[in-house]
Design a protein around this ligand. Structure first.
Ligand SMILES: [Ca+2]
Ligand SMILES: [Ca+2]
Ligand SMILES: [Ca+2]
Length: 199
């Protein structure tokens, strides 16, 4: 009967597999086009992943600008940063277009686009390994994370979105309890079977 105990543990671990849940979510700011990213402004977009954010592990992140174009032919620049904490939702601030990158020195500089044309095009920015690690850190520390956009020209677009691939990882204490619970249940069943067989 004792030889069955390792099998019980293996079954308990297998039973845990569905508890690790993977999914993809696409988040959009409101308004989705960030007011067409006006040159005299800069914007923050804050997201809140709630109190269980510590269980989330992000494996891929893609920031997309749908049909973005500069409003006319002239030099232009768009700065994008990942920020640890910003107010929830979209906030608009004024930089009167000057001063370069208003988010310089804040968070992680994700990407800077220079001299976009007037023809609409989709831009996709895929976070690298360092940026992903910072995304995980920023979200896990308090559930909050944000993006900062400083357009120093006027970028018409049909929507910004952030696509996140993630897993939900149960806490170690939770796993231990589940394994112990499953193991005890199986032992009890084996004992009952033994009693029924008169062993
Ligand atoms: Ca600006
Ligand atoms: Ca600026
Ligand atoms: Ca944070």
């Amino acid at each position: 009967m004792r030889r069955l105990i390792p099998t019980a543990a293996a079954m308990a671990i297998l039973a845990l597999t569905p508890a690790i849940y993977a999914d993809v979510v696409v988040l959009e700011p409101n308004p989705a086009d960030l007011y067409d990213l006006a040159h005299q402004k800069y914007y923050t977009w804050g997201m809140d992943f709630g109190s269980n954010a510590g269980l989330l592990r992000f494996s891929r992140a893609v920031l997309k600008f749908d049909d973005i174009r500069n409003w006319k032919k002239e030099p232009n620049v768009l700065y994008v940063h990942l920020l640890d904490w910003v107010p929830k939702g979209v906030r608009v601030h004024t930089d009167s277009q000057g001063g370069g990158d208003n988010f310089a020195g804040q968070g992680v500089e994700l990407v800077t686009y220079h001299n976009l044309g007037t023809r609409p095009r989709d831009l996709k920015y895929v976070f690298d390994a360092f940026e992903l690690s910072k995304l995980n850190e920023f979200i896990q520390n308090d559930g909050r994370v944000g993006l900062g956009f400083d357009p120093d020209c006027h970028f018409w677009n049909d929507g910004v979105s952030l696509k996140l691939y993630y897993q939900v990882i149960p806490e170690p204490a939770c796993i231990t309890l589940l394994i112990m619970g499953a193991g005890m249940l199986l032992l009890k069943r084996l004992r009952n079977r033994g009693a029924a067989l008169g062993r």
